[in-house]
Design a protein around this ligand. Structure first.
Ligand code: AMP
Length: 281
């Protein structure tokens, strides 16, 4: 496994791999857990060369969203990459990736401003700008993303299509604790009792899904999820929505409904989602 720090190094390192076969990119902000491992494994099985990026992207954090407190631990991350048999780790310095904030930006309008984007203005622009840069640096054939960040995935899919990146996207299922809590680097902020409380996000989603499956309206499912979140001590709900999986607006009368929740637990803002299928459609 080769660890590279600069754009020139990653390009030089990937040249022979590019000639030999498909390159897969797993973009991460480090603090790797079993969710990230599942992406690395999916990539290892499918492509010839697996590239992992480790970069805490300052552009996607709002002013009070804890960029400097975000968990970092390169030694442990490199050990995970090695265990999962990555070929190349791109771990650039902040200077290597630096762009003057707000000058060159990439925006997927519409999708970036609703639901999670409404709660975090400019977040998705920060994501898109750095993802676009990473795609230009690595030029992968396949991009590996996790279902946990479902709105981000929809936005990146649109970015890739509209700017003709020619990369295919593989979305891997959300890896959860046995109690349903989705693994997240942000879980590191939580005490063991807060981790237990945080499992309510998944319980709310399960209840919302059951309601949709029983032909309740999206609004009824939203109310149910909201009530379950609000009833949990130590949890401050942000939103609980039932949306169309493509537009993130009101669901159509038939077809799947995407349930998305966000809540603050202790020092962490957590998100999760689940797809519900209606009996009809
Ligand atoms: P992050 O390091 O949080 O930016 O996440 C990097 C990638 O890992 C994103 O594509 C995430 O969706 C994915 N990911 C994060 N948590 C999980 C999880 N619990 N299960 C599956 N994928 C995940």
């Amino acid at each position: 496994m080769k660890v590279v720090r600069t754009v020139d190094e990653v390009r030089a390192e990937l040249a022979p791999h590019r000639a030999a076969g498909a390159i897969g990119l797993v973009p991460t902000m480090g603090a790797l857990h079993d969710g990230h491992r599942s992406l690395l494994r999916a990539a290892r099985q499918a492509v010839d060369a697996v590239v992992v990026s480790l970069f805490v992207n300052p552009l996607q954090f709002g002013p009070h969203e804890g960029f400097s407190a975000y968990p970092r631990g390169e030694g442990a991350d490199l050990a995970v990459c090695e265990q999962e048999r990555a070929d190349v780790v791109f771990a650039p310095s902040a200077e290597e990736m630096a762009m003057e904030s707000g000058v060159t930006t990439v925006t997927v309008a519409g999708l970036s401003e609703i639901v999670e984007g409404r709660a975090r203005p400019s977040h998705f622009q920060g994501v898109c700008t750095v993802v676009a840069k990473l795609l230009n640096i690595v030029r992968p054939d396949v991009l590996y993303l996790g279902q946990k960040d479902v709105q981000q995935n929809a936005i990146i899919a649109r970015l890739v299509e509209d700017l003709s990146y020619g990369v295919s996207i593989t979305v891997c299922p959300t890896v959860r604790q046995p109690d349903g809590l989705a693994l997240s680097s942000r879980n590191a902020y939580l005490s063991s009792s807060q981790l237990t409380d945080a499992a309510v996000l998944h319980r709310a989603l399960l209840a919302g899904r059951a309601r949709i499956e029983q032909e309740a309206t999206p609004e009824e499912a939203e109310r149910e999820m909201q009530e379950i979140l609000a009833a949990q001590q130590g949890v401050e709900p942000d939103y609980a929505r039932a949306v169309d999986p493509h537009s993130f607006k009101a669901p159509k009368d038939e077809g799947p409904v995407l349930l998305v929740v966000a809540a603050r637990v202790g020092g962490a803002r957590l998100i999760d989602n689940l797809t519900a299928h209606r009996a009809r459609g």
